[in-house]
Structure formats: C-alpha cells, structure tokens
Ligand binder design. Structure first.
Ligand SMILES: *[C@@H]1O[C@H](CO)[C@@H](O)[C@H](O)[C@H]1NC(C)=O
Length: 304
C-alpha cells in the first residue's frame, strides 16, 4: 500500500513538473514573442551548438509533425520547414531568418542519418574477389602505396609490406567490408602517409587502417560524431566528410601512438582505448571540430 502511494505521488509530482515546464515555456513564449525553436536559432550561432539543440527540441516536442521532421527524407526538408512555420504561426515574410536557420539545421540532421545508412551499407558489403570493381580498388591501393614496385601476383607475400596480414588481403576486410577498403584508398592518397608509415613504427598501415575505420564507424553510429560533423558540414554531412574524419583520426592516432611510445603491437588495445576515450572527450564540446581546418567558421558561412 505504502509503495503504491509512493508511486502515485511520484506520478503526480512528475505530471506537476511537466505542466510547470510547459507553462513556463508558454509564459516565455508570450513574454519574448518567440517559440523555443526561434530562441534556439536566435541565441546560438550556426553549427553543432544550434543543430544539437534543435534536434533535441524536435525530438521532445509533443507535436508529431516536429518529431517526424527528424526522419524526413532530404527531399522533403523544405516542405517540412514550411509546415513547422505554419504550425508555430511564424510569418516567413516578417521573420525569414527562422526558416532559413531551421532548414540548415534540419538538413544537417537528416544528412547525418542518411550518412549513417550509407556507411552501414558499405560496411556490410563484403570484399568479393569475383567483383572486378573491388579487385580494381585493391590494385589501385597497391599502386598508390608502392608506385615503384609492381605486384608479382594477386596472391603475394608483398601485401604484408603495406600491412596486410597474409598473402591475400581479402580476409583482412572482414568486419569492415568495403568501408575499410574505401578508407584505405582515401588515406593512401593523403600525402603524409607514405613517409609516416613504415615497419619501424611497430604497426601495420592496412590492419590499423581497417581498425581505425571501426573506430570512426562506432563514433558515427553512436552519434558522437555529430558535434564534429555539424560544425564542419554546413549543409549535409556526406561520405567525403566521413572519410576526411577517418584520415584525421589516422593521423592523430599515429601521433598518439608515438607519444605513448608502446613497446610493441601487443599494446594496441590499450593505446586504442585511451585514444578512443580522448576523442570522445573532445567531442563532448559542442564547439569542437576535429579537423580545425575544415571548421565551419573557416567555410564561407554567413551567420544564418
Ligand atoms: C579493432 O581493435 C579492437 C581492439 O583491439 C577490437 O576490439 C576490434 O574488434 C578491432 N576491429 C576490427 C575491425 O578489427
């Protein structure tokens, strides 16, 4: 009985707080003449700070239209914004800024969602040696990394030189599928790679690249990369943003590895988790862009 009463009391306290909160929002709206979305757009510069707040405001909105905006198809973003403006009784002629700002944020939100599914699709596609496109990418990877030494055969011990585990790379892509290959290829074209990765470092380029792909993937899927991507992609985060992020993580991991100065590859686990924690900490800051040179402030972003 006592327990029952406690539950009932808690329930009413909860209802009371909820009403109070709604009431407070109502009063603020009356006093300032703005709804929550307007206040967010007004008080926050474009980028993660604003988009994350808009995302959570829409998610916890009691209105279905607002909630479903989060999963709108990119083609329907404009229409959705019009509907929200009508719902919130904001006149687009007297207040054009709100629609523009909301639209930019909603594009980022739905863009992130579709990036997650695009990346997931690549990850689920296994490397297939019967597929000429896959084989061609693999050959390109070799040629980019070892332009002066031709491969003696498709199955060859030479693959170990660039950090695969055996004489056929196909087995090493397990888990990350084509996503790993795409990332390695992107990375192999980054200028700094060739001089940085060599056997002396104590770990192998390909295997570590596939593993850091895993790290980037889990940051993306968990939503941790939102701060970064909302700050660097003013329109829609795309696969190339994800790959830039991967290249950055590879560089940083490399630097971190040298700083940590591990005895050998047996310490990979430890160094990797420490690195992972560090990146997560950095991403907690809503002003964070992992690669500062891609930061939103550097792009020609007008203050929407
Ligand atoms: C990467 O390394 C971590 C730690 O060693 C491991 O748990 C994870 O499964 C690896 N991922 C891939 C794709 O190899």
């Amino acid at each position: 009985m006592k327990h029952f009463l406690r539950v009932v009391t808690q329930f009413f306290v909860f209802l009371y707080c909820k009403c109070l909160w709604r009431g407070l929002k109502f009063v603020i709206r009356k006093v300032t003449g703005r709804c929550e979305l307007q206040r967010i757009c007004h008080n926050n510069k474009p980028g993660a700070r604003r988009t994350l707040k808009i995302e959570s405001s829409l998610r916890y909105s009691k209105n279905e239209l607002c909630q479903s905006a989060l999963s709108a198809h990119p083609d329907r973003v404009e229409k959705t914004i019009d509907d929200i403006m009508t719902l919130k009784k904001v006149n687009p002629d007297t207040n054009p800024q709100l629609g523009i700002s909301l639209q930019a944020s909603l594009f980022q939100i739905v863009g992130y969602r579709s990036l997650v599914s695009e990346v997931e699709k690549l990850r689920r596609e296994p490397y297939d040696c019967e597929n000429p496109d896959h084989e061609e990418m693999l050959m390109k990877l070799w040629k980019t990394l070892r332009p002066d030494s031709p491969l003696t055969g498709r199955i060859s011990k030479q693959w170990c030189e660039i950090g695969f585990q055996g004489n056929d790379p196909k087995t090493d892509f397990r888990g990350m599928g084509l996503l790993g290959l795409h990332n390695l290829l992107k990375m192999s074209k980054a200028e700094w790679e060739q001089k940085n990765f060599d056997k002396a470092i104590g770990y192998s380029f390909a295997i570590v690249g596939i593993n850091i792909t895993d790290l980037a993937y889990s940051l993306l899927v968990s939503g941790a990369l939102k701060t970064h991507l909302y700050n660097v992609a003013p329109e829609m985060p795309s696969l190339s943003h994800f790959q830039q992020t991967f290249c950055y993580l590879m560089q940083e991991f490399h630097r971190f590895w040298i700083e940590e100065d591990p005895c050998d590859i047996m310490e990979f686990n430890r160094v990797r988790s420490k690195f992972h924690r560090r990146v997560l900490r950095q991403l907690k800051n809503p002003d964070m862009a992992l690669c500062p040179h891609f930061a939103a402030s550097d792009l020609h972003l007008v203050n929407l």
